[in-house]
Design a protein around this ligand. Structure first.
Ligand SMILES: Cc1cc2nc3c(=O)[nH]c(=O)nc-3n(C[C@H](O)[C@H](O)[C@H](O)COP(=O)(O)O)c2cc1C
Ligand SMILES: [Fe+2]
Ligand SMILES: [Fe+2]
Length: 410
């Protein structure tokens, strides 16, 4: 991979990570992820914005790309750390050893984290929100962006070109190859990154949606010509698109999300499973797209992405030891942490003797402000009447969602 020029003397230095590891130790990345650093060369000083983790050779890739540009590690005057998460700082110690004189700039809240994670205390300087750094012809400016998605996060803006180095904000999963800028993506590639952005957002950013809205608001006075995130493609033709996408994704937290339904189900012996068809047919009868996930077979990362985009959630699970079936409980716990609020929902599921899952599900939905229809619960195997009821409730739920979306539009 070669460095890519964003503007004269501003380059993307990037590494693609493959698909074997889980991101953050939890989220699968079947299409990989890119780690982007940015080099800004002024007349007098040189800065590197964000780093990589030494992950699948990423550190070597970065050194090699810098060398291609004729820049040695020793020539970096400033290392700007927008965010302390190790995917953007993991290589810090090794880099510092090679270049002890380099100044590390970060927010005040990041300073103790630089020490805690890497034992580095010298040449670390906190920058204040709005502070500027003159590199000679290139002017960096720093803005706090707290909780996207750690408290110490900031973004960096280069005033002469209007490039915003946004770190995790406006990022996505998915490796980036020849097409680096939004205007180089085919329609298919745009679709690919839309899906990868959704899952990245749902998995990593969703619970901080309020902070995303705040940051977008607070940066709105800047004249942004290009958005260069630390994961994914660079937006130079239409930076407004990724901002609008993030705004839309943030709005899903309180709902309505899209006029879509997620059916997430689990079953031990096939009794709950025997209802899945009826439920999905009911949603489809209303003309509403449905995403179907079985747990624990489907990874929660994908269930969460579907749930985030869906205004309706139908959960199928049996009772297990007087409570919800444990893999479903685990999924709902993730939806709670990720703040999948205000959905239209109901549960279907089987029990053997006295049930119990519904009570726990009701407690969960009340705390998540989900508006629920009656459950379709049945003892043992579902009857034809149970199946008919599940079909018609699913259709009603889907119709309600269409009306909900319509009411928000008007
Ligand atoms: C380990 C285990 C624990 C169960 N606990 C309960 C329970 O506490 N209350 C209940 O009514 N049924 C309980 N059941 C019965 C199941 O809910 C019942 O078999 C149901 O039909 C399973 O649905 P499925 O075929 O979709 O897996 C339990 C079953 C198993 C295997
Ligand atoms: Fe992060
Ligand atoms: Fe990141």
């Amino acid at each position: 991979m070669n460095p890519v020029a964003l503007a004269p003397d501003i380059y993307r230095i990037s590494a693609n990570i493959g698909s074997r590891d889980l991101f953050e130790g939890i989220w699968p990345i079947p299409n990989g992820v890119s780690l982007n650093s940015y080099l800004v060369k002024g007349r007098d000083k040189t800065a590197l914005i964000d780093l990589v983790k030494d992950w699948e050779g990423a550190a070597d890739t970065v050194s090699r790309q810098l060398k291609t540009l004729g820049i040695g590690i020793q020539e970096i005057d400033y290392l700007i750390l927008n965010h302390m998460e190790p995917d953007h700082t993991g290589w810090l110690q090794q880099m510092k050893q090679q270049n002890p004189r380099m100044q590390i700039l970060c927010t005040k809240k990041a300073v103790p984290l630089v020490e805690a994670f890497y034992g580095i205390t010298d040449s670390v300087r906190a920058v204040a929100g709005g502070e500027q750094l003159d590199l000679g012809g290139k002017q960096l400016q720093f803005f706090d962006a707290p909780n996207i998605h750690w408290p110490e996060t900031m973004v960096t803006y280069e005033a002469s070109t209007g490039i915003l180095f946004s770190c995790d904000a406006f990022g996505s999963f998915g490796q980036v190859h020849e097409a680096v800028f939004d205007d180089q993506l085919s329609e298919l590639e745009h679709k690919f990154f839309e899906e990868e952005t959704l899952r990245y957002y749902a998995n990593i950013v969703s619970s901080f949606s309020r902070f995303v809205e705040r940051a977008i608001d607070s940066l709105s006075s800047l004249n942004i010509s290009m958005i260069a995130p630390s994961h994914g493609v660079i937006w130079r033709k239409n930076p407004g698109k990724i901002v609008a996408d993030y705004q839309r994704l943030a709005s899903y937290m309180q709902g309505p999300a899209e006029a879509e339904v997620t059916v997430v189900w689990s079953s031990m012996y096939g009794n709950t499973e025997a209802m899945v068809d009826a439920v999905t047919s009911g949603v489809e009868a209303a003309g509403v797209p449905v995403h179907i996930h079985r747990v624990p077979q489907d990874h929660v990362s994908f269930v969460l992405a579907s749930a985030w985009r869906s205004s309706g959630i139908i959960a199928g699970m049996p009772t297990y030891e007087y409570k919800m079936f444990p893999p479903m409980y685990a999924v709902l716990d993730v939806l709670e942490r990720s703040r999948v609020m205000n959905r239209r929902a109901f549960r279907f599921g089987s029990y053997g003797w006295s049930g119990g899952a519904q009570k726990q599900f009701d407690e969960f939905t009340a705390s998540m402000k989900w508006k629920c229809q009656d459950p379709v619960e049945f003892q043992g195997a579902p009857s034809k009447e149970d199946r008919d009821r599940a079909f018609s409730q699913a259709r009603t739920l889907a119709e309600e969602i269409l009306a909900w979306k319509e009411s928000v539009k008007s």
